[in-house]
Design a binder for this molecule. Structure first.
Ligand SMILES: C[S@@+](CC[C@H](N)C(=O)[O-])C[C@H]1O[C@@H](n2cnc3c(N)ncnc32)[C@H](O)[C@@H]1O
Length: 325
């Protein structure tokens, strides 16, 4: 006897990456969306604006660490030629400091920035091309969580940059899975430079994600505008409020979009209508914060051994050089 399956037949748009993620996230309870959805062209621009905000200490602090220690970091990476690969490179605004240090040691460097944002990679290529002509930039448009088998495998040793606190967007099990998958693509002796945000006082953390000028709020709401444009949804972004919470138990900042009214939103491309209660939220981002111990533990359970670590004067941010063990 045959059992007939009752799997619903989903519209075609639900099989594109954006459609599938929106369908999954807005039919889930509680509703949530993956942070990679932020990074369309406008989202990448807004992220750049966030990195310049007085409240957003993360980029500034990591840049200070690179400005002070880039030569030391490259020296700790070893004497032979390195190829540099960057996961979620964005516009590579800080990476120039590390690439310049690599150029001082080995003259010519191959650099592979990987990102899902085409516009950000375009800017990264022209920025590095202008600043450092000795660097051969080979941008790769890819999702590093699902397409890591595309990681370049040149003859020289690889230094993979995963900076900017991006690993903090993943729940602990997923963060270890991303790093383990990366480890599986590397050879023993290849290196990872991981940048993570450290736990600090709650007010500083909350301010960083809820700036006075409202740029982060616009960045958060831009995900709704993207769903409007790409899937025809009739979201009214102004009916959603940017909310930020510090979750002490999980050591993470959470960003949400809270529905200000009870409302229904139609998403024609997905043949879906989503109901929101007043006060209900879409959880749009986690940003996990670490201590040096939890960062080292994550690296070690993902198959990496920490070689050296650097921090700033306030110990607000940590940069960890780890070897594929
Ligand atoms: C928080 S920004 C960090 C940018 C840069 N690394 C920095 O330190 O300023 C995250 C970047 O990762 C990219 N990104 C997010 N998820 C990604 C994924 N799954 N695969 C590839 N790129 C991703 C985004 O497009 C964005 O450019």
């Amino acid at each position: 006897m045959h059992a007939f399956s009752t799997i619903p037949c989903l519209p075609e748009a639900a099989s594109t990456p954006v459609g599938a993620e929106v369908y999954r996230g807005l039919t889930a309870l509680p509703k949530n969306l993956s942070p990679w959805l932020f990074y369309d062209e406008r989202g990448s621009e807004l992220f750049e604006a966030i990195t310049e905000l007085p409240e957003y200490y993360l980029t500034r602090t990591e840049r200070e660490i690179f400005a002070q220690y880039a030569d030391e970091i490259l020296a700790a990476a070893g004497d032979d030629r390195l190829t540099m690969i960057e996961l979620g490179a964005g516009t590579a605004a800080k990476t120039g400091l590390l690439l310049a240090a690599a150029v001082r040691r080995q003259e010519r460097v191959s650099y592979y920035p990987i990102d899902i944002s085409v516009s950000a990679l375009r800017e990264a290529s022209s920025r590095i091309g202008e600043e450092l002509p000795q660097v051969a930039v080979r941008p790769i448009v890819a999702d590093y969580t699902t397409e890591l088998d595309e990681i370049p495998a040149p003859a020289c040793r690889r230094l993979v940059l995963y900076i900017g606190s991006s690993i903090g967007n993943f729940e602990p099990g997923d963060a270890a899975a991303v790093l383990r998958k990366l480890r599986g693509q590397l050879a023993p002796g290849d290196l990872l430079l991981l940048g993570v945000d450290h736990i600090k006082d709650r007010a500083t953390l909350l301010r960083a994600y809820n700036d006075g000028a409202g740029v982060t709020a616009e960045f958060n709401r831009n995900v709704l505008t993207r769903i409007q444009r790409e899937l025809g949804a009739d979201f009214r972004p102004r009916l959603f409020r940017h909310r930020v919470r510090w979750n002490d138990r999980e050591s993470r900042i959470e960003m949400h979009l809270e529905s200000l009214v009870s409302q229904e939103v139609a998403i024609p491309a997905l043949e879906l209508t989503v109901g929101f209660r007043r006060g209900e939220t879409i959880h749009t981002e986690n940003s996990y914060k670490f201590t040096p111990e939890t960062a080292a533990a994550l690296l070690s359970r993902s198959g990496f051994a920490v070689r050296r670590e650097w921090t700033d004067g306030r110990r607000w941010f940590g940069v960890y050089l780890a070897e594929a063990a």
